[in-house]
Design a protein around this ligand. Sequence first.
Ligand SMILES: Cc1ncc(COP(=O)(O)O)c(C=O)c1O
Length: 418
Amino acid sequence: MNIDFNTATVRDFEDIPNHNIAQRADLFYEFLEYVESQGHMNYRLKNTTGTNSVVNVNIRNENREYVSFVSSDYLGFTQHPKVKQAAIEGIEKYGTGTGATPLIGGYFDYHNKLENKIASFFGRQQEEAAIFTTGYTANSASLQCLLQKEDIAILDMAVHASVHEGCAFTNKKTFPHNNLEALEHILKTSENIYRTKLVVIDGVYSQDGDTSRVNEIYDLVKKYNAFLMVDDVHGVGILGETGRGTLEEAKLLDKVDIITGTFSKTFGSLGGYVIADKKIVALLRFQSRQQIFSATAPPSSAGIIKAIDLIDEEPIWRQKLWDNINYFKKGLDDLGLDTGITRSAIIPVKIGDPHVTGDVGRLLIDRGIYTNPILYPAVPRKDARIRMSVSARHEKEHLDKTLNAFEDINNKLHIAKK
Ligand SMILES: Cc1ncc(COP(=O)(O)O)c(C=O)c1O
């Protein structure tokens, strides 16, 4: 089996014909060594200080400070003293774990408070929120629970991997990103065939940072008597007049059937949630396999309750984030770099070639800047890019340092738009 390491990505090692586990692992290990030898190993780097705008990371056996763009802690709440304090108080009151699944003893009063808090954040009642241990399982576990063989999930091609995983046991069709004609075609040809038609989109897409055409999609979904689920993990806390996300902006908060989200990004912790009609939520609470067979979120989750409050109590963080986004994006655009169609805190610099993208990642590291080179399968093979997440905790000096580095790298590697 010949795999060209120069163009290969991790996807090429997912399933190799005629290779058993050990043979596949051997080949993959060789590939990892090759990536390391090229200085392209920007993955699983050991951070020794926590999430922040400047972090200490161990790279090539050396601990150094880097300006960091790798975290989705958009408002900087992982380091907010009030969020930390609430998490500490949670641990002091309840201990460090729950020891049980929600159905059989692991449902504590802070879980109830958290359901209540996230529900009311979206203008709903506590019965309309189910919480999960990750944003990933909020998608995968709830889809697995809701859809079976006689149903169909209709997905925007760019939705998150967790959504695809949740559709493993149902029918699934995808439509090109934000393409309304293609979506309508699938909805039309699915009529009278499936029990439930559920369209799943993201609010903000995680690789391009662009938003869904949610108003038009909502109208189509209702025209064909389908349901709509929106995963807004990268929109909540950032978009909308009061930070309720893409659906606030679209005035659809009370109309979309299912909203999913995470506590790991804007809310500075870990966990996920589903907002829906109370009867659908009851179905999830009692039928989702994660709710039945997996333990509940630990008491440090009390910090999330404070983080949700801070969205309204300290809007300054959202303002600071947007000042940073606008400044940084303009700086990159002025250099002629291709930031695509982002409308959020996710800013890609699109390069195309995966190897050049790896080189740019390495040169940024050399300049003390930590970013994520994103390759296939996260994006199409010829659409590799450097992906950066801007935070409210970045200072102008961090952004200027990064812009200067991009300017020098562009002079060397000519990565600007042709
Ligand atoms: C669009 C989207 N949905 C869901 C998730 C999963 O969230 P979590 O990391 O909280 O499990 C992610 C994570 O990056 C994401 O980008």
